[in-house]
Design a protein around this ligand. Structure first.
Ligand code: ADP
Length: 726
């Protein structure tokens, strides 16, 4: 634009007097008032703006002539009106793609504009034209949506990208309020947002905001908008530059990131460079029941265990200060249950290309379960270590026959060195003496079946060939079934004690039996003498000593048998036994002793039974004697014989006494076992009877079992095979 010589204002009236004259001009002529409202437009002007001539007066130039409107024209009209100076401008119309040469002459009410159109620029103002071109090119090349607005928000210029995007023509937009263009008019709230921003910018402020627009294509676009005011020489806002940048992709990525951040099981937080935490993800909020806003700054610390707060805050502030990554383990309170769980928190500074920290990003991972597992593992390791270090139990790990690992105790027990172990020269099967092979095999069958074996006694041969009595048990490792852990207890002391006890018992037996035999003999002699002297009453009184003496004799017999069994020296003979006759005889003998109970024998037994008469007699004396002993308030003991399919014979001894508690039913067959309860202890006994009974039955390849009902009585069933295998 350039100033022309000062001329006198063209009187509007005179122009109006010659409209037909003006209509004949090849140039477009438009008379405008001070607000740029058209007062008159000639025929050429109407053709240029593609409107009917009579429709033009009363509308503003900016609204009705998009073909002519540009910022250049807008500024020139404003200047000419304000300054009352003639002006000439030349510009390129982006709508018509022609060059427009405009001369502006001030009139009494505004300006008169004379437009001449050409496909080429005039020779005038060459540099100006070039800059005009450059400006246009630049505008078109910008991918952002750029527009020039009047301070009221009318579009003076707009570049092509938003037009292409919305598939609208420039002339549909230019001259219209931007708020009413398709991008912004789809929702009143969006329109209002823009209107407010334009109003603010027209007051001289640069306004930035984010908005969501909807071009007619129907797809929403996320924009970041900047509206910058342009000032004239009087510091009045002359126009507004509107720049809208498409951030849809970034927004979508942000949204996706938000969804991701809210879906991952970890808690995510973001902090400012000064350490002020400004965001927590949804998972964090769900767990703590604090909103992200409530947790802002250092408020998140409130969710920590009181013991962890200070050290966490200190560590966080140290990291923020030093700009180094941050890692902490602390307990976070579950807002719903009030329980604390352990979390591992990591924070990293996010830096730009120059290494400046932009913000902090961090995560919290629940490690309570892991921590618990770690602690348990640690504890287990400690326990395993303590167990292995035990100097009482020998422990070794076997793979097949080989010992692959062993603790010091086991090595010390067996006399092997760690080098022997590493050379794999320890073989537990080789260490087992042959007489324990069967027992060992049975134990390992049990192990294969149940994954563990009950402790049993045997011996190992030490490296020097000496014998080591042991108690051993084992378990199979579940994760590696080829490996067996064996626990070995040195049984020497116990074995020695047993031996001493057995020696004592057989000695005691001998020492007791001799005077007892002498006593029995003396009683018999004395009784015979009293009879001869006719002192029958005294003889009968003496007879009453026979029962306790017999009892004493039986007890001593039990002791002897017990130690014989223990030493494996109880001898058995094989002879035909008439079980019914044997039971009758036993019942008769016991009946003589017992005055309180009636002993009944029922049923018949096959005559062909083979066994040891004396030992079997011992079995039934014992069972009947127990039946009498443990049923003090009853009056009957029943003995029943039954056979099953000619294969087994079962002798059941039933009493109506106190019964045996369930938990004792296995134990009563052990050596020296006596029930712990006081009422039973009051009944005399050594706890050897059933042990001997069970051993004798076992030797006959039979079984013994007991059925009881507490307070109602017990029944012992002895089942013997009729065909004895050898
Ligand atoms: P004891 O000499 O003590 O009788 P036994 O070995 O014969 O020893 O029996 C072991 C334990 O079994 C007894 O102490 C007793 O508690 C229990 N017992 C044995 N027989 C009976 C029975 N018929 N009724 C109840 N308890 C019995």
């Amino acid at each position: 634009m350039c100033n022309e010589e000062q001329t006198t204002s063209a009187p509007l009236a005179s122009h109006l007097e010659f409209p037909s004259l003006l209509d004949t001009l090849p140039d477009a002529v438009i008379f405008l008032d001070a607000t740029a409202t058209i007062q008159y437009a000639n025929a050429r002007a109407a053709t240029m703006v593609a409107a009917k001539q009579h429709e033009l007066p009363g509308t503003t130039l900016w609204q009705c002539a998009p073909q002519l409107v540009t910022t250049t024209l807008y500024q020139a009209v404003l200047t000419a009106t304000r300054m009352r100076q003639p002006l000439q401008v030349e510009y390129h119309s982006p709508v018509t793609q022609t060059w427009l040469h405009v001369r502006l002459s001030p009139t009494s009410q505004g300006v008169a504009a004379f437009f001449s159109e050409d496909t080429e620029p005039t020779r005038l103002q060459n540099t100006l034209r070039q800059s005009e071109r450059r400006y246009q090119d630049l505008l078109e090349r910008i991918s952002d949506g750029v527009g020039i607005l009047t301070p009221e928000g009318l579009v003076l210029e707009i570049n092509q990208p938003p037009l292409t995007h919305a598939q609208v023509r420039r002339e549909e937009v230019v001259g219209k309020p931007l708020t009413q263009t398709p991008w912004w008019s789809y929702a009143p709230a969006t329109q209002e947002q823009l209107r407010a921003a334009i109003a603010q910018a027209s007051r001289g402020e640069t306004v930035r905001f984010e908005a969501r627009i909807c071009p007619p294509a129907g797809r929403f676009l996320e924009l970041t908008v900047a509206i910058t005011p342009q000032f004239d020489a009087n510091q009045q806002v002359e126009s507004l530059i509107f720049i809208g940048r498409d951030i849809t992709e970034r927004k979508q990525a942000e949204d996706a990131l938000h969804v991701l951040v809210d879906t991952i099981p970890q808690f995510v937080w973001i902090g400012r460079t000064d350490g002020y935490v400004e965001y927590h993800n949804q998972q964090w909020c769900n767990y703590t029941t604090m909103t992200s806003t409530q947790a802002e700054g250092n408020e998140w610390i409130q969710c920590l265990h009181p013991d962890d707060r200070q050290r966490t805050l200190d560590a966080w502030q140290t990291s923020v200060h030093a700009g180094t990554s941050y890692e902490m383990k602390y307990r976070l309170r579950n807002g719903t249950t009030g329980a604390y769980r352990w979390f591992l928190t990591r924070g990293m500074p996010h830096k730009d290309a120059q290494g400046m920290i932009l913000h902090w990003v961090g995560t919290c991972t629940d490690i309570s379960d892991r921590k618990h597992i770690e602690e348990t593992l640690c504890q287990n390791q400690e326990q395993a270590h303590a167990l292995l270090g035990s100097n009482m139990i020998g422990i070794f790990l076997a793979e097949g026959d080989e010992v692959v690992e062993a603790n010091d105790t086991f090595l010390r027990m067996t006399g092997y060195s760690r080098e022997d172990l590493h050379r794999r020269s320890m073989n537990w099967v080789g260490m087992t003496p042959p007489e324990y092979n069967t027992l060992t095999q049975q134990a390992h069958q049990e192990l294969a079946l149940h994954q563990y074996m009950m402790p049993y006694e045997k011996e190992y041969e030490r490296k020097d060939g000496s014998r080591l009595p042991i108690v051993v048990c084992a378990v199979i490792l579940q994760r590696n079934p080829l490996q067996i852990i064996n626990f070995v207890l040195d049984n020497s002391a116990h074995r020695e004690l047993e031996q001493r006890k057995d020696t004592f018992l057989s000695m005691a037996n001998h020492e007791l039996r001799t005077p007892l035999t002498a006593l029995k003999l003396q009683i018999q002699l004395a009784r015979a003498r009293l009879f001869r002297q006719g002192l029958h009453e005294e003889a009968a009184a003496l007879s009453r000593t026979e029962a306790p003496v017999k009892l004493l004799e039986r007890l001593i017999g039990e002791l002897l048998n017990g130690s014989k069994i223990q030493a494996g020296r109880l001898e058995y003979v094989q002879e035909p036994v008439d079980l019914r006759a044997l039971l009758d005889e036993v019942a008769q003998t016991m009946q003589q002793i017992s005055t309180t109970h009636t002993i009944v024998v029922r049923g018949s037994a096959p005559r062909t039974f083979m066994g040891d008469q004396d030992q079997l007699e011992h079995v039934f004396i014992n069972l009947i004697s127990n039946a009498i002993k443990y049923s003090p308030d009853a009056t009957m003991v029943e003995v029943d014989i039954s056979t099953a399919k000619e294969k087994t014979v079962t002798i059941s001894v039933r009493d109506h006494g106190i019964g045996i508690p369930q938990e004792q039913r296995e134990k009563i067959f052990e050596r020296f076992y006596r029930a712990p309860d006081v009422s039973r202890r009051a009944i005399p006994g050594l706890g050897m009877g059933l042990y001997i009974v069970a051993e004798i039955v076992k030797q006959h390849r039979g079984t013994i079992m007991v059925e009881c009902e507490m307070g109602k009585g017990s029944t012992f069933h002895v089942t013997l095979p009729l065909e004895r295998q050898t």
